[in-house]
Write a protein that binds this ligand. Structure first.
Ligand code: ADP
Ligand code: MG
Length: 252
């Protein structure tokens, strides 16, 4: 309705974002002036060598780390300009985070893990569990709601983590190396799931990855080096319509 405003299709707007860590007197500059727009409806991958600032950048974007200078807007909102309390609430309703190491709570069942963001947002336990079980069905784990994380494979744990990141209907989903702890085939399935459940016209998905084998899932790839975005490109795709899907991608 308000699409005449060109900024409406921008999920994340970074302009000159810098960040220097100060660890016991040693300063490490992780971001040296990041300019980046993430559009709604897209899956943007952030790639680059270890230590180039990828985790720092998505932590700033997700509002879990303060930057030093420049501007970072999420759906037009400057998360550094609001109180901690407002920021926690904004994050709790609008942003989902998927970690490399899944970060599931070991003593909670899979469904309870998925319910956590809703419980934090104040939903009743019975409603939250009902929604969590529904979300687990969406990631094809409807029969594992009562399993503990350690009873699940890596791929299943990452699917639980994805369900948890999506349960509150966030408009921005940020994933830090979501396939790096998974074998190729499982990583592929996780990416297919993310594309299917997390990409939507009003949403944006930012995925940090080292894994060149999943680049084909991106709409755009932003390459980082030494705290800067050095290039933004569209991935090379095989001629999808003409070539059968590569082996190992079946849903077995
Ligand atoms: P990447 O995710 O691309 O591997 P990071 O964003 O984790 O890179 O790190 C960027 C730089 O910042 C690295 O030099 C790293 O050592 C440093 N760094 C990251 N986190 C901290 C921290 N909490 N304290 C001090 N230095 C840090
Ligand atoms: Mg990292």
């Amino acid at each position: 309705m308000t699409n005449h405003n060109g900024r409406n299709n921008i999920a994340v707007h970074c302009d000159g974002v810098t960040k220097t860590y100060d660890a016991g007197g040693t300063k490490v500059t992780a971001l040296r002036g990041i300019d980046l727009d993430v559009r709604t409806g897209e899956l943007l991958m952030l790639v680059g060598p270890s230590g180039c600032g990828k985790t720092t950048l998505i932590s700033v974007i997700a509002g879990i780390l303060d930057h030093d200078a420049g501007e970072c807007l999420v759906f037009g909102k400057d998360l550094m300009a609001i109180s901690d309390r407002e920021r926690t609430s904004y994050r709790g309703h609008n942003i989902g985070f998927v970690f490399q190491a899944f970060n599931l709570l070991p003593t909670l069942t899979a469904a309870e893990n998925v319910a956590v963001p809703l419980l934090i947002n104040g939903m009743s336990r019975s409603d939250a569990m009902e929604r969590a079980e529904e979300a687990m069905r969406r990631v094809d784990l409807g029969d594992r709601t009562k399993s503990l994380p350690k009873q699940l494979s890596g791929g299943q744990q990452q699917r639980v983590a994805i369900a948890r990141a999506l349960i509150h209907g966030p408009k921005l989903i940020v994933c830090d190396e979501p396939t790096s702890a998974l074998d190729h085939e499982t990583g592929h399935k996780v990416m297919e799931l993310l594309r299917e459940v997390a990409v939507g016209p009003d949403r944006a998905l930012v995925i940090v990855t080292h894994d060149a084998r999943i680049f084909e899932f991106a709409d755009r790839i932003a390459r980082m080096d030494d705290g800067r975005i050095v290039k933004i490109e569209e991935p090379e795709r095989e001629q999808e319509a003409l070539v059968p899907s590569p082996s190992g991608r079946g849903l077995g």
